[in-house]
Design a protein around this ligand. Structure first.
Ligand SMILES: [Zn+2]
Length: 487
């Protein structure tokens, strides 16, 4: 348009009028953006939140989680750390993740001392011969083929065992019970698991030659519960096993009747030095700051008695399916989403430790992480410990997941899956989805940990939650680290 410079309307009044219109329009739009900021936490646009809702709803319709657990537990089965089965599970993961089309899929190997179960049996030889359902605790030293035979001395708790004099149990086999009960949050496991971890060293310090404990579990089937023990340095190592709960009841009834007992105990095993394990890592590269990482994952190894369906095939299925859902939706988040399938968790969190060693220099780039390792039950609570700046994003996750029966719990709670503890202890902000654990310890670490215990709809609810978490944490620009946390 031609403007006559001598025309005062064009030269003087029009620019004033246009700048006035511009002022009105810019005021209007800044009003709109201010209200969006009020609705959504800093660093999240409306369309990002809408995408989170769409991911959530897609997962609830049907996710790939159950099919993945079915494939892993059927085609690979048990995945004891450091064995060929665990190596096949890594290959399984690499193959599936590559086929899904992640930007990068890598294996990060490390070495462990691997423990492998051998033949095992427990027999009461007095007052009458009867076989008991027993399993060795992970890491237990081996008996000979013949095993141990000795008088059985009964204690009702680890504290009772600790209270007797040193050398008072010379040549004896010790039985120790406990009072674990089912709890939604799994806290009863935390209360009694020290018996499994430390019982053998306490008994050895009193002179015992072997120990059997009541399974750290809440079922009434005859499938004893294994799990790792820790020998205290400098204390003699004695073989250690767990009896199923019905067998533990039998021992306690005989003891209450003051009937003397003898036990023959065979718990054979061997260890392999420098066995190969590893983590498998896949990424969806971020579009704006790909060096910033949001991690989700689970552990790929399992105990050997069942097929590791709820521990932790479920977590593998949930987090793989959540990452795949985000990938398939075709929108890249600002930050990179990294899926980590850790190796050798059960025998000492080796995968989590190896991951931190390898990635220590980029620890500060890890914005937030969550591991799924509490079975296949519904998520009921979120707990977290993040910066004040990051809290509104966690609150938004709570709002979006509330229709799924998920409520916000403590905002100052640094709990997480086991493989994240090395990073959390080094300062990583923490986030956790708490699953219903009421029936988890009926099956956990037993021969009954098999696929039939998993409800695919409950897995889908978990996938919805992990997809919302990973997407929003990777899409926001806020820093979840507090300024005063260590580097
Ligand atoms: Zn686990």
């Amino acid at each position: 348009m031609f403007i006559d410079r001598n025309n005062c309307f064009s030269a003087c009044i029009l620019p004033i009028f246009l700048s006035y219109v511009g002022f009105i329009l810019s005021s209007f739009y800044s009003e709109v953006s201010r209200s969006e900021v009020e609705l959504f936490p800093p660093g999240l646009e409306k369309k990002s939140v809408e995408h989170a809702i769409s991911l959530r709803d897609q997962a609830l319709k049907k996710s790939d989680a159950f099919a993945l657990v079915e494939s892993l537990t059927t085609e690979i089965g048990p995945r004891l750390a450091g064995t060929g089965a665990e190596a096949r599970a890594r290959e399984w993961a690499v193959r599936h993740l590559s086929e899904m089309g992640f930007d990068s899929v890598v294996m990060e190997p490390f070495k462990i001392k691997a423990w492998v179960r051998g033949p095992e049996s427990a027999v009461l030889t007095k007052p009458s011969e009867q076989g008991l359902a027993v399993t060795a605790l992970g890491g237990s030293v081996s008996t000979s083929e013949v095993g141990l035979e000795a008088e059985l001395v009964v204690f009702q708790s680890l504290a009772d065992l600790e209270s007797v004099a040193d050398d008072s149990l010379l040549g004896k086999i010790v039985y120790v019970g406990h009072a674990m009960r089912p709890t939604q949050d799994g806290s009863s496991y935390g209360a009694f698991v020290p018996l499994r971890r430390l019982g053998a060293s306490v008994a050895a310090a009193k002179g015992a030659i072997g120990i059997v404990i009541r399974s750290i579990g809440t079922d009434y089937h005859r499938s004893p519960n294994t799990g790792q023990l820790n020998y205290v340095e400098g204390v003699r190592k004695i073989p250690a096993g767990a009896l199923s709960n019905p067998d533990a009841d039998q021992i306690e009834r005989l003891w209450e009747k003051k009937i003397p007992m003898r036990m023959r105990l065979v718990l054979m095993s061997h260890t392999r030095e420098a066995a190969e394990s590893g983590n498998v890592i896949a990424e969806i590269q971020g579009r704006e700051s790909p060096w910033e990482l949001v991690v989700i994952g689970a552990h790929l190894d399992s105990w050997d008695l069942g097929t590791g369906a709820i521990d932790d095939g479920a977590g593998v299925g949930i987090t793989m399916a959540a990452a795949k859902l985000i990938l398939d939706a075709g929108k890249r988040p600002r930050r990179t989403i990294r899926l980590v399938l850790w190796g050798a968790e059960e025998q000492g969190i080796h995968g989590g430790k190896a991951y931190l060693e390898r990635h220590r220099t980029e620890l500060r780039n890890h914005m937030l992480a969550s591991e799924s390792d509490f079975g296949a039950g519904l998520i009921w609570q979120i707990t977290s410990k993040v910066s004040d700046e990051g809290q509104p994003v966690i609150d938004l996750m709570g709002t979006l997941l509330n229709p799924l029966g998920i409520v916000q719990g403590g905002k100052d709670i640094a709990v997480s899956g086991p493989d994240l503890y090395p990073m959390i202890n080094a300062g990583l902000p923490s986030f956790s989805f708490r699953q219903d654990g009421t029936r988890y310890f009926d099956v956990h670490h037993t021969a009954n940990d098999t696929l039939d215990k998993i409800d695919s709809k409950a897995l889908d609810q978990n996938v919805a939650a992990y997809a919302v978490f990973a997407w929003l944490a990777a899409e926001t620009t806020v820093n979840f680290w507090s300024m005063n946390e260590p580097n």
